[in-house]
Write a new protein. Structure first.
Length: 274
């Protein structure tokens, strides 16, 4: 893909093969949506404890989203029946809330997307449930540190491959692996838009970043090998070797000097204290 093939004017209401360039007004819309999503995950923090039913967490998230004038983006999206995804332990992503309870010592990712005035705020973070083993805490730290290295690459003139390379190089230096089957994505008025943002790759590859681009960075990191498989429900992805997996995600915009995080936690709770 060449640079001239990836640029379009935003907003648009459907996915395009071209990367959209957003205006200052669009960035304000993303800030509003991102804040509601981040506040939703902040709200859930004290409720994520041993014995909590995952469907109860989903109901709390749905009520919070609606009470704040937003729409749950995942609800009924391609047949999905819940507001959030909850992915514990070896579940890589898209875990479906239900009767399962979270147990002491587990880790879990919660992923939420809120729509505010047509704009999507998409974010996820890790939660530590009770007394978590050191190896699980280390995996969470590696995931966040890898994410931060990818985020640091975001500026005009850099390449998308620079983001993936920074994440992969760090994660693999820590003897963990980066999932290949899922990636970040463009976001805005469209939930999943161009480009695909890989969390592995080579420096200098991929399209160049330009001010006004908006996308997610959301690395999934496994304690074992990177291979995953999809369960029969059509949504839940798990590690093939049953090793632990962790993920974190922000919606970001490229500015003239770097990156703006739209889904930053107002309470400073995005990264769990391990």
């Amino acid at each position: 893909m060449t640079d001239t093939e990836v640029i379009a004017t935003a907003p648009a209401s459907r996915r395009s093969s071209m990367i959209k360039i957003h205006s200052a007004e669009d960035f304000e819309g993303m800030r509003r949506a991102g804040r509601v999503a981040a506040e939703c995950l902040d709200m859930l923090t004290p409720h994520v404890k041993p014995g909590v039913v995952t469907d109860d967490l989903d109901k709390l998230a749905r009520e919070f989203t609606l009470d704040h004038g937003a729409v749950p983006a995942c609800l009924f999206y391609r047949g999905y029946s819940k507001t959030v995804c909850i992915s514990p332990n070896h579940v890589v992503c898209h875990g479906i809330p239900g009767p399962r309870t979270l147990r002491d010592g587990e880790i879990a990712n919660i992923d939420v997307t809120c729509i505010v005035d047509g704009w999507h705020g998409d974010t996820s973070r890790m939660y530590l449930v009770g007394d978590v083993p050191a190896r699980a805490k280390r995996l969470v730290d590696v995931t966040y540190d890898g994410f931060e290295r990818g985020l640091a690459m975001v500026k005009p003139g850099a390449h998308f491959g620079d983001i993936g390379h920074a994440i992969q190089a760090y994660v693999e230096s820590q003897r963990c692996s980066v999932v290949r089957d899922f990636c970040g994505h463009g976001v805005g008025r469209v939930f999943h838009d161009a480009p695909n943002v890989l969390h592995f790759g080579r420096r200098g590859e991929g399209a160049k970043l330009e001010a006004g681009m908006v996308f997610t960075i959301e690395p999934m990191v496994n304690l074992g090998k990177y291979q995953v498989k999809l369960l029969s429900d059509g949504w839940t992805a798990v590690t093939r070797d049953k090793s632990l997996s962790a993920q974190c995600e922000h919606s970001i915009g490229v500015t003239e000097t770097g990156a703006e995080v739209f889904t930053a936690s107002p309470a400073g709770l995005f990264r769990p204290v391990t």
